[in-house]
Design a protein around this ligand. Structure first.
Ligand SMILES: CC(C)(COP(=O)(O)OP(=O)(O)OC[C@H]1O[C@@H](n2cnc3c(N)ncnc32)[C@H](O)[C@@H]1OP(=O)(O)O)[C@@H](O)C(=O)NCCC(=O)NCCS
Length: 149
């Protein structure tokens, strides 16, 4: 993801999320040199993106999103696999992320990829009515490498 991708990314973000990140959030991530990718279709249009922050030997998945009309066709899984391959390649021991308790679709995606629920952050997110819990999920890459040997 480069600075000139951000306008398209923000449009996708706003359509796909009830509480979207702002343009500044994305700009700050690039300024902070987080690892960020966009994924394009055959017409070179952005259809998904993800941002990962390295924290010592962990990879924090800050954002993953697929354009609304492209969802449900396997792209989210491809993007998540890319994150797992990247985190493995930089020798991260763990990928962690937070997901809204109501976001069953994303939780299914993570569970299928081998993530486990680690804990719950109560009332972490603003919600339509009041607040909503965050589920903290993790993928232990050390454990994964044992299984793949
Ligand atoms: C979550 C998200 C990235 C998934 O991407 P996607 O391209 O739609 O997902 P895929 O087509 O790769 O599907 C992967 C898995 O997700 C789950 N999934 C996808 N669509 C689903 C639906 N409508 N209902 C429930 N689970 C669903 C399934 O487990 C699916 O695996 P399966 O097809 O073997 O059943 C996408 O829906 C999205 O961008 N949502 C808005 C942003 C968001 O919530 N990001 C995550 C924040 S933590």
């Amino acid at each position: 993801m480069h600075a000139d991708d951000i306008m398209d990314v923000v449009t996708i973000e706003q359509q796909a999320n009830q509480f979207p990140w702002s343009k500044t959030n994305f700009e700050d991530c690039l300024k902070a040199h987080n690892d960020a990718w966009v994924f394009v279709n055959d017409l070179d249009e952005i259809v998904g993106y993800t941002i990962v922050q390295r924290v010592v030997d962990e990879a924090h998945l800050l954002n993953i999103c697929v354009k609304q009309n492209e969802q449900g066709q396997g792209l989210g899984r491809k993007i998540l696999n890319h994150v797992i391959e990247f985190a493995t390649s930089i020798s991260s021991v763990l990928i962690v992320l937070e997901v809204r308790s109501s976001n069953q679709r994303a939780q299914q995606l993570y569970l299928q990829a081998g993530f486990n629920e680690m804990s719950v952050r109560k009332n972490y997110y603003p919600a339509k009515e009041g607040r909503e819990d965050a589920i903290l999920m993790g993928l232990d890459l050390d454990l994964m490498s044992l299984f793949s040997e």
